[in-house]
Design a protein around this ligand. Sequence first.
Ligand SMILES: Nc1nc2c(ncn2[C@@H]2O[C@H](COP(=O)(O)OP(=O)(O)OP(=O)(O)O)[C@@H](O)[C@H]2O)c(=O)[nH]1
Ligand SMILES: [Mg+2]
Length: 191
Amino acid sequence: MALINVAAREIHCKVVYYGPGMGGKTSNLQYIHSAVPRETKGELLSIATETERTLFFDFLPLDLGKVRGFSTRFHLYTVPGQILYERTRVAVLNGADGVVFVADSQKHKLEENINSLRELAINITKQNKKFQEFPIVLQYNKRDLPNALSSELLDKYLNTLRWARFDAVATMGVGIFDTLRAISKLVISKL
Ligand SMILES: Nc1nc2c(ncn2[C@@H]2O[C@H](COP(=O)(O)OP(=O)(O)OP(=O)(O)O)[C@@H](O)[C@H]2O)c(=O)[nH]1
Ligand SMILES: [Mg+2]
């Protein structure tokens, strides 16, 4: 739930990067952290296993400029994608104002994407929010890999609600800021 501090003229919003394991959620935050100027960001807090998998979450606070005189501060989180960590995903998702769903475009990941999206719908609904109205932006990541399915085909399975969607190569920064801009606009517009 967005927090609006009228006295300090600040808006705090929580955005969660959600999706199947190894899809590129942490890579999104790493790229954003590496690319934005020091004064607009805080430290990237990552709690990862020794094998780079996210164990609990990543967290990056980011200032995204002013909206009607209010400073907007976005708190970006990633969930751990591994199936086993569903309870952690529920905890991290709690109170989110918006979600970036990072899908892995590779052919053999299609079912994992579908299952993860289904789980997201359930978890949003459990927070007494309407999934169909919840601010979500879709990202098709790993577009650089030869076994990536076409975006049009992925749309058929993952984008039945017609969210804004972006092709991305998180490790190279492709599509990362388009995705971030879209979700932050969407979240602000819903306030
Ligand atoms: N080729 C390619 N590799 C990528 C891309 N994005 C991420 N990767 C790689 O995929 C692996 C997993 O990326 P992460 O960002 O850790 O994935 P994650 O979604 O945070 O994974 P979990 O924390 O386990 O849920 C890493 O080795 C990344 O370097 C991409 O666009 N293209
Ligand atoms: Mg991760």
